[in-house]
Design a protein around this ligand. Sequence first.
Ligand code: P6P
Length: 335
Amino acid sequence: MQVGTTVTQFIIEEQRRHAHATGDFTSLINDIVIACKAIANAVSRGSLAGVLGHAGTENVQGEDQKKLDVLANEAFLRCNEWGGRVAAMASEEMDDVYNLPAVYPRGRYLLLFDPLDGSSNTDVNGIIGTIFSVLRCPDGVTEPSAEHFLQPGSQQVAAGMAVYGPQTILVLTTGYGVNGFTLDDTIGEFVLTHPEMRVPEDSAEFAINASNQRHWEPPVQRYIDECLAGTDGPRGRDFNMRWMGAMVGDVYRVLCRGGVFLYPADAKTAKKGGKLRLMYEANPVAMLIEQAGGAASTGRERLLDLQPVGLHQRVPVIVGSKHEVERIVAYHREG
Ligand code: P6P
């Protein structure tokens, strides 16, 4: 019987390429994968498991939490706190850093996550997902505080997304390209199905919440107007638009067939710095996209170069096909 390459096998084979690897990182990825499997199961059962609807609480962002937001956050904490691989965790759903119960050993990594991205889609059976980022814990720090997490995205040692859709897909990078795995329910394992994913450098597909059009800055107005002008416009070709309401879904499409995803700076979110969070949304997505040959910018700066100033800091996000992102950045430079 052919099982295929499981994500565990894939990570262990990757570990063998590093002479000094201890296996800690491999174990951490496996614990993250277990959390994603648990979330996938709850998501797939929905009403049948009574996990839809509101939790009746708010998160640090002041956002109304869905039951699945809380459940997914709990899954990540429970699956990753005991293994001795992380020193602490940070989540979109928690105000401050999660320091581990004293009973558990501290590890060498910091784990950040948006446990359920796109939760406005949960009750309408839309695409949702999990985004995670792994940083190194500074040597000698056993009770990390927020400042220890504030490392540029270029310091990430791993990043990934689980996309809960018609299939449950895990995309993962450890700095050596991007690989996609599909959850095989018959054996309960993620199996390699999308090796060495690459973002085409050119594309004719963009993803943006067009209802914010009146709030966009001129460079974004210009780019989208030119796309909409189609074959009669300066681009000389028609463009298509997609918007899933969950970055994980739009970014997975970009990883599969190219395109550009924009949640740009706009007048509506200017005071907050943007809509999407740097540490556990933009940075892991930027690592995935760049590792797959795409580009990831705020419109003015490379996302992975940003020096974070806050655990829940928000930033503009423009990621995808290299030539399209470069064009948008050029328009920002021209003003
Ligand atoms: P809007 C989901 O809440 C999210 O953070 C991203 O996943 C998604 O792309 C965006 O916000 C959707 O924002 O303005 O369309 O609701």
